[in-house]
Design a protein around this ligand. Sequence first.
Ligand SMILES: Nc1nc2c(ncn2[C@@H]2O[C@H](COP(=O)(O)OP(=O)(O)OP(=O)(O)O)[C@@H](O)[C@H]2O)c(=O)[nH]1
Ligand SMILES: [Mg+2]
Length: 349
Amino acid sequence: MFSFFRKKPPAPAPAPEAGPAAAPAPVPPVAPQAPLPAVVSPPAAPAALPERKGWLDKLKAGLRKTGSSIATVFTGTQIDDALYEELEAALLMADTGVKATEHLLADLKKRVKESKTTDPAAVKGLLADAIAALLAPLQKPLVIGEHKPTVIMVAGVNGAGKTTSIGKLTRHLANEGASVLLAAADTFRAAAREQLAVWADRNTVEIVTQEGGDPAAVSFDAVSAGKARGRDVVLVDTAGRLPTQLHLMEELRKIKRVVQKADGTAPHEVLLVIDGNTGQNALTQVKAFDEALQLTGLVITKLDGTAKGGVVCAIARERPVPIYFIGVGEKLEDLETFNAREFAQALLN
Ligand SMILES: Nc1nc2c(ncn2[C@@H]2O[C@H](COP(=O)(O)OP(=O)(O)OP(=O)(O)O)[C@@H](O)[C@H]2O)c(=O)[nH]1
Ligand SMILES: [Mg+2]
């Protein structure tokens, strides 16, 4: 289950100033809607639910494909320098990065000392604690309903899984009774618009699209339409780009500015989607997109593949942007909320 929760809609925002884009198509006025019911998913402990367990197994299987050598470090009989050296190598191999690895080793040694354990198997449990503590600040629910609409802008490099994640997210939001409007701001490729339209179709939500249009103009229209039609969520899908493509990064900043012109409080969330298989480069992406857009959250996809997962520790240590969701497959249901403890356990599986 998703830990979305909704708060009461805020007081109406002041009318926006005229936007730079062509005036959006007139939208019929709608009667004010009743506030959405508060949906607060049960906190933590969902591991017993079969659905979540299935997801956890997928994550474990995915992380295990790396030949996960972290767990094998603890099969010996002694806690000695060799164990810590082996662990250091295993963490580095799993893309944890130098800084997070150093932090985890120091924290682990402290925990071992405090617990006075002499059993390597117990050290594994203590490492899980250390990783869970490191990752805890990244565990944060995506809040829907504080603003109407909640405008979520989605960015990332090519093929990271942006459009797929938007589709999955839309389905979960729709399941919770939220009305969703999609903005096809990836106007580069006709295929991209069509792909999003398929997701919109599957989820019976609306889509704002504009053939060959300007991504910022499409976003402006979508946010304006979302406001006028009283939608709960507007999701803006953008085209993939590398942080080194400076003009394309500037284009993202423009989309963000224009969205803000359509709604002074938006975007409420700026998400970066990262392919879990990107290794240490994922951290570079987080830093670059964060500097350009001030990210509010991350989605890490393809953790069912050969992802090593350790990079999540590097992100926690060096650029702790919350991870709202993780993707563990291509199907609609293969998106889950991030749980620090579960992830730590899956990493050491
Ligand atoms: N195995 C797996 N595949 C995924 C996951 N998320 C996305 N994919 C696949 O990754 C590929 C790219 O996904 P898209 O959603 O099109 O990626 P995108 O970021 O929108 O790509 P561009 O718009 O071209 O930049 C597709 O084949 C998806 O099915 C996941 O969690 N697991
Ligand atoms: Mg896409």
